[in-house]
Design a protein around this ligand. Structure first.
Ligand code: CDP
Length: 795
């Protein structure tokens, strides 16, 4: 049997192993925060502000205190006496835990009640009387920077306007020169709307402070439990070893469960005060209106073009609406995340990006919703720009991309904004996609259909994106360097337990990490138990978001396995009574080079590590690896969608979707396909139906699933998946991240397809979501359709 076949048999790299975690999930046996019941546990509910911007005149909690079963009513004033009314955010700003002076967005936390059961707590919240004095409301960047705009963050000493930052990257002079040389300039403006990651499980925590041991245990919906532990230690001044964060099964995260939310902090304080476990479980509306929104950026861009289709330079400006608190969870060096990864797959000599971030009266935004810190906005903008430029030049959109792609022999390649990409076969991916969709045939069909009044369109989106932050030289969160870790203990009987600093939320780490160990050590994957999420029992890591797990924690898994193999090799030499240099390795077995039939299995080495180790060797077979990646990984994707738009109603249907992904070596092809299908579904949702906006008074429109739509199986299109494999040159097993590629690259494919169908109207842009009324407006009025919230304040 070949090594590859052996490897598939033990569930190693390339095996489409069924996900082991699904055994409990599909039986309803998952253990989520809300499933946990502790003796003497109390329940917390939050009172939220109905207004988006208002001064708090008074808060009367007397009626709430009088309700039997109420144990604690907390207000901002009470938090302030403990110096806890405000907390630091992951972007070096501050955020109110409970409002003291003003409320700054609808849904902001104003008070909370802890009671014997959640219903009493909810009733007591309704008994709290808050008097507000309404203030003018700001719902977009235009209003935020307007003359005389009300100051949202008047709590901050040096804040005299609503601007959070002005940031730039790239080479302005070189870009100006490129534009001066251009034959023509193609321009586009658009808005990437707010969206909400909306995991099925909302946020929640159970804080359990034990006065007798001084230990605080918090069960929490967190994608980054170690980061939370460090942050809690800093804010509470509790010693870090006395804090244990346990993130059990998570019902999705998508970036929503990275930040620190006021509910977590209040449940911790309540537990310390009451010396009882306190559970807080957010409801769906609370989650949709108050926790980590994503996107909400306005983009203006220009491409300097030569008539032969060569892109000479790019200029971008973005205005980012961060809401009332700047709480993006992102590497601290980059104010607008990795927006400047835009155009990385294209060979463009000069680029310049300016970004302004502002406060508005909306819930904090900017979380990396299945995205590497603003990469989704970057790639959407890039691919919309690329299509508009091809149309402006009258050039085929596929050919335009091909002419500008970085060539296969041009790696490592410095991107226009300074990243270093290291591998890819961009032209090949595009070719596979075009072949699969039948590009030439579709273009002919489209022309034929047009003659009969039917509107067909094809949209392409090609992109490489940076996945796997760090390296630690450039990437940190709150000063914590972005590396990750894995700890592997092989027991005497050859079974093993692996723990990492990452935290799966449904991605399948319990399955795929075991496959990496199987590949490295030749042990069956089913013999390896994977655990994550408990800070007492896992090595320190930065957690799971931005598809960093495989590039960083996955690499650590390979590296710790190699450390184990190195020790096992010494044991094998001892057992075989030869020197280490005479030993060879094949999957799962060491043997003597000169007599291959004489060998020992990895399991025999494990047994000997506890029962027959060489003299002087430390017993046991376990190790830990901290992995600091030398670079990001750069997967590539080509997504192609075809659509038909109804010219009478503006309704559009997806005809076909082809996806070609190159994420390097695939650990588990079936898991990868699941990631791509899920990502494409979120992309389709954003492009077609997900509408969560704010009216002029700052009311959140889309605070429930009747308004904010998630696609069901009924609406979800079918996907045709293809692959190209370009191994990552620096990752120990050649893997690149995949989790978010389709969410990042997908939206532009759908929107480009609709824009292609309606392009004879001369309309350059319709903002997402492309609801039928927006498409209808574009078709009938022949103008661009903006999705930006209203600029003027209504009475
Ligand atoms: O950080 P996150 O887990 O969300 O994203 P990821 O590292 O891209 O991985 C998502 C899932 O796909 C994990 O179960 C990975 O192990 C798996 N994967 C894979 O099987 N092969 C790859 N080349 C990349 C990811």
């Amino acid at each position: 049997m070949t090594q590859a076949k052996d490897e598939i048999k033990i569930g190693g790299l390339g095996a489409s192993r069924k996900r082991v975690e699904d055994n409990r999930f599909i039986r309803g046996k998952g253990r989520y925060v809300d499933d946990i019941v502790l003796p003497g546990m109390l329940h917390m509910e939050i009172l939220r502000s109905p207004l988006a911007h208002a001064r708090i005149v008074s808060i009367d909690t007397s009626k709430a205190w009088a309700i039997p079963g109420v144990r604690l009513v907390l207000t901002g004033e009470m938090m302030a006496t403990r110096n806890l009314a405000w907390m630091p955010t992951l972007s070096y700003d501050t955020q109110a835990v409970l409002a003291t002076d003003k409320v700054r967005f609808q849904g902001q936390e104003v008070a909370c009640v802890v009671a014997d059961d959640p219903y009493i707590a909810k009733d007591a919240c309704e008994a709290i009387v808050v008097e507000y004095e309404a203030l003018p409301v700001i719902v977009n960047p235009t209003q935020a920077v307007a003359q005389g705009a009300p100051l949202i963050r008047d709590d901050k000493d040096n804040q005299h306007d609503n601007v959070i930052y002005n940031w730039e990257v790239g080479d302005k002079e070189a870009t100006d020169r490129a534009f001066a040389q251009a034959d023509r300039v193609s321009k586009l403006e658009l808005h990437y709307p707010r969206s909400h990651p909306s995991p099925i499980e909302c946020c929640g925590s159970i804080a359990d402070f034990d006065r007798s041991t001084s230990k605080l245990t918090v069960y929490m919906t967190s994608q980054a439990p170690h980061v939370i532990r460090a942050a809690v230690a800093l804010v509470s001044e509790l010693p870090e070893h006395m804090i244990r964060i346990i993130s059990p099964d998570l019902g999705g995260g998508f970036g929503n469960k990275v930040p620190i939310y006021p509910g977590y902090v209040m449940s911790i304080l309540a537990s310390i005060l009451l010396e009882r476990p306190v559970k807080w479980i957010e409801d769906k509306t609370g989650n949709l209106i108050s926790t980590g929104f994503a996107r909400d950026v306005y983009l203006k861009g220009e491409l300097a073009l030569r008539n032969d289709g060569k892109i000479l330079g790019v200029r971008m400006h973005t205005d980012a609406d961060h809401g009332a608190f700047f709480s993006d969870a992102q590497p601290s060096k980059f104010k607008i995340g990795l927006m400047h990864s835009a155009f990385s797959c294209y060979d463009i000599p000069a680029a310049h990006l300016t970004a302004q971030g502002v406060y508005t009266n909306k819930a904090p935004g900017g979380v990396a919703y299945r995205c590497s810190f603003r990469v989704t906005e970057a790639m959407y903008f890039q691919e919309r720009m690329v299509q508009a430029a091809a149309d402006d030049l009258g050039m085929d959109q596929a050919e335009f991309r091909r002419r500008n792609f970085v060539r296969d022999d041009d790696f490592p390649h410095r991107t226009p904004f300074g990243f270093l990409t290291d591998s890819g076969q961009y032209g090949k991916c595009l070719d596979v996609g075009l072949e699969a969709i039948g590009y030439a045939d579709f273009l002919r069909e489209k022309e034929e259909a047009k003659k009969r009044g039917r509107l067909l369109g094809i949209g392409i989106s090609t992109m490489t994106e940076p996945l796997g932050a760090g390296n630690s030289r450039e990437y940190d969160i709150l000063g914590m360097k972005m590396f990750d870790s894995a700890q592997l203990r092989v027991h005497m009987t050859g079974k093993a337990i692996l723990r990492t600093g990452a935290k799966t939320q449904g991605q399948g780490h319990e399955t795929t990490w075991a496959q990496i160990v199987a590949h490295e050590l030749g042990m069956p994957a089913e013999d390896i138990l994977v655990e994550e999420g408990d800070t007492d029992n896992t090595p320190f890591g930065l957690g799971t978001y931005a598809s960093r797990s495989t590039p960083v924690a996955g690499a650590a898994v390979a590296m710790v396995s190699r450390k184990i193999r190195a020790k096992a090799r010494k044991i094998a030499a001892h057992l075989l009574e030869v020197s280490e240099e005479d030993i060879e390795w094949e999957l799962g077995r060491f043997y003597i080079r000169s007599s291959p039939e004489r060998g020992v299995s990895i399991q025999e080495c494990a047994m000997a590590a506890y029962s027959n180790m060489p003299d002087g060797m430390e017993p046991g077979l376990e190790n830990v690896a901290y992995y600091d990646p030398p670079n990001l990984t750069w997967p590539f994707a080509c997504y192609i969608a075809t659509v038909e738009v109804d010219p009478v109603t503006g309704v559009w249907d997806v005809l076909r979707v082809v996806a070609v992904d190159d994420c390097g070596v695939r650990i588990n092809p079936m898991v990868v396909e699941g990631q791509i299908m899920g990502g494409l579904t979120e992309a389709y949702a954003m492009a077609s139906m997900q509408f969560i906006t704010f009216d002029a008074q700052g009311n959140c429109v889309g605070s429930n699933y009747m308004d904010y739509l998630l696609p069901t199986a009924w609406e979800t299109p079918g996907y045709e998946l293809h692959e190209v494999v370009t191994p990552c040159p620096h990752h120990p097993i050649g893997a690149k991240g995949i989790g978010e590629c389709a969410t990042v690259g997908g939206p532009a494919a759908f929107v480009n397809a609709v824009m292609d169908a309606v392009k004879d109207t001369g309309v350059r842009n319709i903002d997402m979501p492309l609801l039928p009324d927006r498409v209808y407006e574009a078709l009938t009025k022949r103008h661009d359709v903006s999705g930006a919230p209203p600029v003027k304040t209504d009475d």
